[in-house]
Design a protein around this ligand. Sequence first.
Ligand code: NAD
Length: 346
Amino acid sequence: PAQSHATSVTVARGDGIGPEIMDASLAMLQAAGAALAIEEIEVGEKVYKAGFTSGLTDDAWASIRRTKLLYKAPITTPYGGGYKSLNVTIRTGLGLFANVRPVRAYAPYIRTHHPAMDLVIVRENEEDLYTGIEHRQTDEVVQCLKLLSRPGSERVIRYAFDFARLSGRKKVTCMVKDNIMKLTDGMFHQVFREIAAEYPEIATDHMIVDIGAAKMAVNPERFDVVVTPNLYGDIISDIAAEVAGSVGLAGSANIGQHGAMFEAVHGSAPDITGKGIANPSGLFLAGVEMLQFAGQGEAAARAYNAWAATIEAGIHTGDMSGPETKQKVGTKDFTAAVIARMGEGP
Ligand code: NAD
């Protein structure tokens, strides 16, 4: 049953496989009872080529500012100079300070050495070495500035603890390199200690990022929520996704002061565009996160359970297929199989 108050959301169908997987994802979410008032915008290649260097028209931007919620399919980034990354434009515009990436194993249906892995990486998204402050000092010496602020650190660390509390998770691990970068990473760790004291029911842990990344590769089961600055988070999330064996299934949430954006982790896959074989799961699972974020927890649970039941029944798209696959299907049949399982219960 659809909720009486629909969530206003701006939807961007993107490039390449984007429109195929967006149609599939919306169909699955709506079949689960998601109440969405959709405003569609165009972003990406065509918009860039029409002369909008940020990949976004003024009208599109006005919609995002109005709904404060963007559900975005991947876009193709055009080659050549003069283009601004759409993600950077959106990140800055909405103040997206936290990138939240859940990573879990779907064993035995998706092959992994770590079936019990189930963690969430909360990565700071605006600061650190990613502010783009670079200088050429001489012909042979260049410099990149690492910038961390106390308010920026507080915001993302508090978000990680609130997230842990709300989702019933037990532990938050802080990953930094404060043995070397005593001021910057030292402050992040200090803020972590201060905020942790406000959440006595949640266990805490601190790891130097080099050994933390190594543990992520060999013993990811030990992690629950991980909070970390931008660069480390970027690297650790890819390690985690790869170890889980499910890069194609990963969705990410970008949470901000002025709005939020939900998307798949993968790109526009031009090599398989139009073949009807794209896996919609990454974008769909990001959509499930979006429903939870929007307070539509019931629809989110119904959607997720139907998806999981489909995976467990061995109905897989080509990129997922393995020993447990019983039926290898394309995008449309996969979507229909998920929709057929709505309301079956967990
Ligand atoms: P990609 O993720 O698009 O594709 C990598 C490989 O994975 C390809 O073989 C592709 O067929 C496969 N793949 C990806 N998603 C799949 C899915 N849902 N189902 C089945 N197979 C899937 O990476 P790429 O080829 O390096 O990049 C293509 C374009 O996407 C580039 O223009 C890049 O800039 C862009 N990109 C956009 C985003 C985004 O919008 N958030 C993210 C990453 C890359």
